[in-house]
Design a protein around this ligand. Sequence first.
Ligand SMILES: [Zn+2]
Length: 372
Amino acid sequence: MEKAYKFRIYPTSEQETLLQKTFGCARYVYNYYLNKRMTAYQKDKTTLNYYACSADLTRLKKEKDWLREPDKFALQSALRNLDDAYQRFFDRVRKGEAPGYPKFKSKHDRDRSYTTKFTNGNIKVLDKHVRLPKLGLVKCRVSRQVEGRILSATVSQKPSGKYFVSITCTDVVQESLKPTGAIVGIDLGLKELCITSDDLRFDNPKRLARSQKRLARLQRQLSRKPKGSKNRGKARIKVARLHEKVANQRRDAIHKLTTQLVHDYDLICMETLVPKNMVKNRKLAKAISDAAWGEVARQLEYKTQWYGRALIKVDRFYASSQTCSVCGCKGSETKNLAVREWDCPNCGAHHDRDVNAARNILAEGLRIVNAV
Ligand SMILES: [Zn+2]
């Protein structure tokens, strides 16, 4: 089993200088070979693959001295990332989707990171430090015991200026949970975070709503500050910090939800996407609920794997809150989103629309399982 452990790190000013250089060099290598691959294709329709770029990097490092200062694996993994971006691009072209060509990385992008590989004990997690290649011991808040064999470490800096390290380990022993015999369908909403087919409700935390309001206010203040001014820089950091806080609060709420679900149920059914009509076309609300959906899916995917549970994703068509989960009859008056409860005109069952949707998701999930 693979597992990632993320900790905050506190580099010294010398370490910070080297970190910034490494981010910069990794970005330079990424952009240099993106440009090279683009020109090769435009010139004679050839594709420069990862290995060709990797061989060329040796030449480039002889030419540009400063590329030899930072961790060499950081440059290698920048090439890897570029290749992954290309693979995703080719996939989209194959599927006939909008291609979205790989983009150059901007110096002004404040989400910075690089990845380094484990070799000969160059990465180590101690009590209050991590050992990283070229950096040596970096002060670190180690909040959990790291288990398994270390594969790699990703060092990142968030727009707020904080630094983190994420250590990826393999061969982590994880015991499956005992079967409970219970199954569940979940409906993800905007008002509540989640409603289950057992009529359990998980609310979005109140403090999250408060932080979101404050964030909107700070963002308005930021937009009024003149570009390039000192106050704008200060306001930007304030916004970035609160952004991170909101993201953390949301992630924590989702962790609580997914941990409980995985603990209580052997089989969990969820929809593939949040139905568009649920958010009434409000752009911000939509972005928030989509982000929450993605995070719930991500956490459930790895947690069900860790603990030996099953996760079934159901086409959102079946997530309908308008189909009676008892008799399968399609109600018509429930199209109005304001109607929270309704009675089935066919069998007379009384429904809460969200619980009903969760039950339809569960029924469709079970149909998929039994069809296999
Ligand atoms: Zn019915």
